[in-house]
Write a protein that binds this ligand. Structure first.
Ligand SMILES: [Zn+2]
Ligand SMILES: [Zn+2]
Length: 206
């Protein structure tokens, strides 16, 4: 257990040009061309919707509404967040989609869809990679690996997203680093009320 410092350090600002590729002096060198990436983005979207529909049908649920975006930077392959109401956001990392195409569609897409369905069925308090999520991965016939094994050594770790958490007294916005530690079992306590921070909305981030 660790207690949460009063203030989190402000993130440094990453220039937009380096955020696009994550590394290197020449952004165009490792940036996939729109022509090569566009069909993959379309495939990822189509596969996301197909899996969502088949899982929802399997469990007798209405298909959850999702917004699919291919704008995740950094080293994560995908991310799921719930917006207000019943709309979910599924985000994919275009750099990793471009590099791993088929494998990304075969493993990362079902991984994220399983998060949506698990949270949709069981609410935000479940373990992100717990039995509910693993059961859906089993349904998809995909091994329930928590983390991708793509080489991301050239991608920046910095992720400027903030993740909403709450305790007994207030809401907290945590960095992706703390958010990932909590997802792996670390606990953070609010200094004011002493309660453990829990996600304010359902998120799964990989
Ligand atoms: Zn508190
Ligand atoms: Zn996950």
């Amino acid at each position: 257990m660790m207690s949460l410092p009063e203030k989190e350090p402000m993130p440094s600002v990453i220039p937009p040009s380096s955020r696009l590729t994550g590394a290197g002096q020449d952004p165009s060198a490792s940036l996939p061309t729109p022509q090569s990436l566009e069909p993959l983005i379309a495939l990822a979207g189509a596969r996301t919707r197909t899996l969502l529909e088949s899982a929802a049908r399997h469990f007798g649920l209405a298909t959850p509404g999702v917004e699919i975006r291919c704008d995740l930077r950094g080293r994560g392959a995908g991310q799921v967040r719930r917006q207000a109401g019943q709309l979910w956001t599924v985000r994919y990392n275009p750099a990793l989609l471009a590099r791993h195409g088929e494998d990304f569609l075969a493993r990362t897409v079902p991984h994220e869809v399983a998060h949506v369905i698990a949270f949709h069925r069981h609410g935000p308090r479940i373990e992100p990679h717990g039995t509910e999520w693993r059961a859906i991965m089993h349904l998809f016939g995909v091994p329930p690996t928590r983390c991708h094994d793509y080489d991301v050594s050239d991608l920046k770790t910095r992720n400027l997203d903030r993740f909403p958490y709450r305790c007994g007294c207030r809401s907290h916005l945590l960095t992706s680093i703390r958010h990932h530690r909590i997802q792996r079992g670390q606990r953070y306590l609010c200094r004011a009320c002493g309660q453990a921070l829990v996600p304010a909305v359902a998120t799964g981030s990989d």
